[in-house]
Every structure is written in C-alpha cells, then in structure tokens.
Design a protein around this ligand. Structure first.
Ligand code: CA
Length: 232
C-alpha cells in the first residue's frame, strides 16, 4: 500500500459533484487538489504530480480525452474518468487514450472509494513489481522469464494464446483494457472477428484461472473490455 496520504487531483467543472468528491476524499483521509478546466488540470497534474487523477470528460475548455493524451506524454499517473455520458464509445475512447478506469455519473460515494482502492492496489504493484520477472497475484504466479504460470503452485496448462493474454492482463493489473487494445497487442489487429475470438480465449483462460476457487481474477466490462483484479 501507498504509505503516505494519497494526493488526488479532482477535475470537475460541476460544483456540487466536485464538492461531493472532495468531501468524500477529505473524510477518507485523502489529500486533494481541484481543477475546473482541462488547462487547469494539465497545469495541476504537471506541477503537483498527484497519485491519482479523477477526471470529468465534459470540461468547458476541452474534452477530457485531450487531457488524458496530454498527461500521457509525460506520466503514467492513474486516471479514473468520470463521465455523465453513458455511451460505451466515450469510455472506450478514454481508456484507449490511457485512462485506467471509469465511473459513470451518478455514482455513489462507496463506488468512488472502491475504484480508488483498486487503483491504489495497482499503484502498489507498480511501485514494487516493475523490475520483477515474477508476477504474484493471490494464488496466481506468472514467471515471465520461464514462460510459465502457476495456480496454487501447480503449473497451468495454457495455450500460447492464453498465456499471451494472461501476461498482458498481469502486466496491466488493475487497469481496464479495451477489446481493441487487447486484440491489437495479441493479434496485431482489431477486427470484429478478433473480438469474438477474444471472448472465447478469455472464457477458457478464466476457467483455468478460477477453477475450483472462489477467487475472481478477471473482471468483464460488457461492451468495453477486461481487467485483471489485484486480489489479496
Ligand atoms: Ca462537466
């Protein structure tokens, strides 16, 4: 876990929503900064290097996706997109631009806190595990150097494609990956037929991962993509 109070940048032009978020953060022991426009967000992000950014997509001066693209030119800081738009295409565009997760308005305080915890677990992995050739998550171990994966100490029998998918999910643990992102990484293209195949490969991989266990490793985001959860 992050051992200091995490600093959250709240980017939201709607005052009641912004206040709800900052009050929630304050009462849950987070530090925060606020910005009400895209330009202010980019400035705060570059000068204060926050741990996590909560970013509204509909900003008065620019689209939030532009803010993500700008921040991604210099930083991998986790970004959670918060949007009133319920269309999947907006979320997908934001995720493909480099956002880590999304929340749809209206959202509950509990939902917001849960998303922050997911990202904090991802941050903890990023801080400790980036140099390691072995990935650990609950009962799952991926030994990248050996090209093997184990569940509860037993070697998993994976097809090359399943192993490739597992590695991609593991390397991005905690982050929602879109269908397009996954298929372009795994197949080098992203046709409709690839998305259909992806569903099949993901189903068999999940079956092998979650066989006989109560643990959920892969979360499905219908119409959007998949995320590997960091389990305790
Ligand atoms: Ca807005």
């Amino acid at each position: 876990m992050v051992n200091h109070k995490p600093l959250i940048l709240v980017v939201e032009d709607d005052t009641p929503v912004r206040n709800l978020m900052t009050v929630t953060l304050k009462t849950n022991d987070y530090k925060f900064l606020t910005a009400q426009s895209g330009n202010a967000a980019i400035m705060e992000a570059s000068s204060h290097n926050p741990d996590i950014v909560l970013l509204d997509l509909g900003l008065p001066d620019m689209d939030g996706v532009e803010v993500i693209k700008k921040i991604r030119t210099w930083s991998n800081m986790p970004i959670i997109v918060i949007s009133a738009r319920s269309e999947d295409s907006d979320k997908i565009e934001a995720l493909d631009a480099g956002a880590d997760d999304y929340l749809t308005k209206p959202f509950s305080v509990e939902e917001l806190l849960a998303r922050l915890r997911v990202i904090q677990r991802r941050l903890a992995v990023m801080q400790t595990g980036t140099q390691s050739s072995v990935f650990q998550n609950g009962k799952l171990t991926v030994d990248y150097a050996a090209g093997c994966a184990y569940i509860d100490g037993d070697e998993m029998h994976l097809t090359p494609m399943e192993y490739k998918l597992l590695c991609l999910l593991a390397q991005n643990v905690g982050k929602v990956l879109t269908h397009t992102f996954i298929t372009s990484k795994v197949w080098g293209s992203s046709m409709e037929s690839d998305v259909a195949s992806l569903r099949v490969f993901m189903a068999t991989l999940r079956k092998k991962l979650e066989a006989g266990g109560e643990m959920q490793y892969i979360q499905t985001h219908i119409g959007i993509g998949y995320r590997m959860l960091k389990v305790e």
